[in-house]
Design a protein around this ligand. Structure first.
Ligand code: CDP
Ligand code: CDP
Length: 227
């Protein structure tokens, strides 16, 4: 029998998905899967290899050759490509500003979607990304679509970057976020969109705790009804 629900959290950059997904997963003893980190990992690999980022066949070959693994860690879980830790490398601006190009390649999406479904198969999972509720886990029992104003999201990213020693100015961040949202929302294969049965949650003026509590309530209600 399935142990626990599938919880899908989608939304644009810096809406708070991964921060809240981690907290919620801990509370319910669910697994947390950051699908954005998987797209970032193959983008990192492609940049390392000096691949042309439009060259779908070459990047697919690179993806077939690597394992992308998560390991527990504080404050964030660690990400590995084979035996190389890439936790910090995949958050650098070069990867951030190239990832939407790589994630638009259909062969890359097909492969990563298959890997994500395998991870989620047993249930008891919180998975965040752009197309989890719409494409990866269309039967997820809980679907959240998290949004926040672009102003607020740029401010959040500024803070996150400061902690990492990245000094991109606010106006540039705002522009980069808008550009990535536009690319992610307009690509042909599984673009960022709200699934029809997803609950929309605007986090602009909510604290992390408030967002986590709201999602926890929704999960509890579903769990009750499943029993
Ligand atoms: O954390 P942040 O909002 O910056 O982005 P992310 O969740 O790490 O995702 C990075 C990029 O991966 C996104 O901008 C998308 O281009 C891509 N992505 C995707 O296409 N599908 C997903 N399920 C998750 C991420
Ligand atoms: O995963 P996603 O790109 O959607 O967002 P994130 O990486 O979780 O980054 C969101 C940032 O905003 C983090 O620094 C959080 O501490 C902060 N934040 C939040 O996530 N939720 C709020 N309600 C308020 C702030």
């Amino acid at each position: 029998a399935k142990q626990g629900l599938q919880v899908a959290i989608d939304g644009p950059a810096s809406a708070g998905k991964s921060t809240v997904a981690k907290i919620v997963a801990q509370r319910f003893h669910y697994i947390y899967c950051d699908t954005g980190a998987m797209y970032r990992a193959i983008t990192w690999k492609a940049l390392q290899a000096g691949a042309d980022l439009d060259d779908e066949a070459t990047i697919k070959q690179l993806l077939d050759q690597i394992t992308i693994r998560f390991e527990p860690g504080t404050p964030t879980q660690k990400v590995f490509v084979d035996d190389t830790e890439v936790t910090l490398a995949i958050r650098q601006p070069d990867v951030t500003n190239s990832v939407s190009q790589v994630s638009a390649l259909p062969a890359i999406r097909t492969e990563l979607t298959a890997r994500q479904r395998q991870i989620a198969d047993a249930g008891g999972i919180v998975m965040d990304g752009r197309d989890i509720g719409s494409t990866v886990l269309p039967h997820a029992e809980v679907k959240i679509f998290m949004v926040a104003s672009v102003e607020e999201r740029a401010q959040r990213r500024l803070k996150d970057n400061a902690a990492k020693g990245i000094t991109t100015p606010l106006a540039t961040l705002k522009h980069e976020i808008e550009e990535r949202d536009r690319k992610d929302s307009t690509r042909k294969v599984s673009p960022l969109t709200q699934a029809a049965d997803a609950i929309r949650l605007d986090t602009t003026s909510l604290s992390i705790e408030q967002v986590a509590d709201r999602i926890a309530e929704i999960i509890k209600e579903k769990e009750m009804r499943q029993k």
